[in-house]
Each structure stands twice: as structure tokens, then as C-alpha cells.
Design a protein around this ligand. Sequence first.
Ligand SMILES: N[C@@H](CCC(=O)N[C@@H](CS)C(=O)NCC(=O)O)C(=O)O
Length: 214
Amino acid sequence: MPEYQLYCFAQSGNAYRAALMLNLIGADWSPVFLDFFDKGEQRSPEYRANVNEMGEVPVLVHGARKLSQSGVILTYLAERSGQYLPHGEDERLEALRWIIFDNQKVNGFLGPYRFLRIFAKPPGDPKVLAFLKGRIDNNLAIVAKRLAAHPFILGDRATIADISLVAYLYYPPEEFGFDIAREHPTIGSWLERIRALPGWAHPYDLMPGHPLPA
Ligand SMILES: N[C@@H](CCC(=O)N[C@@H](CS)C(=O)NCC(=O)O)C(=O)O
């Protein structure tokens, strides 16, 4: 049995943060497929009772521990491995600041936008999509500006703040209907720097469940 198990599915950028981190640190891990789209397993009483009361992925299982919230999982893995770890109080707080901004306002809007656009049946109301797109454009511009001044979010090296922020950004542009890397060249080159890290893999190659059955 691998040291870590991760409840996840291929289309989840929230889970990708944890899967990518496990791969980048060279952890011994295996995915546990959660059937989100067909069975809605995350909403079952069993899942809520035994895996995650919040009804979400990712969940990282490590021995007797079950951790949810990707920011918590990233912190745990960085502290245990010493990799992608912010150093000192200032960096730690700065990483937390970007992780919260990401969860709430960057990928926190991008994930539901993509879901409502391509997975929801029926698709989301155009007015809701337009609202989300406005927020996304504003918040991606904030990230792009930051990356104009630094190769990575905290400075010269990649940390868990970067791994959090890439959550949905490697999924194909057709899924969003706009090309984030092309619209924001500093984000595009940052994504290439992260793609070059040893252990990087695409979400559709790292987690089970892609493609979805027709
Ligand atoms: N802030 C959480 C977000 C987790 C999340 O929203 N995961 C989605 C999958 S991408 C989920 O499981 N949603 C449950 C549902 O919609 O029922 C994290 O970063 O771990």
C-alpha cells in the first residue's frame, strides 16, 4: 500500500493541487477515484461520515490521518518533505495570503465557471457566467501583475502558493472559452516554469476519470 492515498478525480483542479504536490515531492502515493459526476459520491452519507464531513475532494489519507482542504494538504506535505516550503514567518504568511486569495477568488471562481459552462446540465445561466467571468478577469490580472515582478509568487523559487494557484490553469482553454496563458503572458511563462519542475504532470494524466463517459 502506498504511503499516501488521495481522493480525487481528473476534472478537479482543487484535487490537482494536492496530486501535483505529491508528484513534485516524489511521494509514494496512489489516487482513490471519487465518482463526482455520475454517482455524486461526495454527497453520500458514507463519504461524509467516513471520509470528509465537508463533502469535498481532495482528501489526503496518511496513516490514521485524513486531511481535507488543499491549502491544509499543501502545508502538511511541504512541512513533512521540506519542499516548496515557505521559509520564515513572513514567507509563511505571504504564502497563506495567496492561497486564501486563490481558493476564494482565482480558482474559487474559475472552477465553478468551467463547471457551469461545460459540465452542468443544463449549463449555467449566462448572467451568472458573465458575473463570474468579470471576477475571474479582474483576479487573474492581479496574479499576472505579481508575476511580472517575480518568477514565482513569493520570489525566486516555487512554493505551495504557486502549486495552489495553478489548480485549474493547465486544463484546455476550450473548457473555459478563453486562453488564460495567451491573455496573460506572465501567467503563461510562469506555467511553463512550473511545467518544467521534475515530477510535473497534467491533471488528466495524474488523476483518474478522464475522459468522462459519453
Ligand atoms: N477549498 C477546497 C475546495 C474543494 C472543492 O470545492 N472540491 C470540489 C471538487 S473540485 C468538491 O468536492 N465539491 C463538492 C460538491 O460540489 O458537491 C479545497 O481547496 O480543497
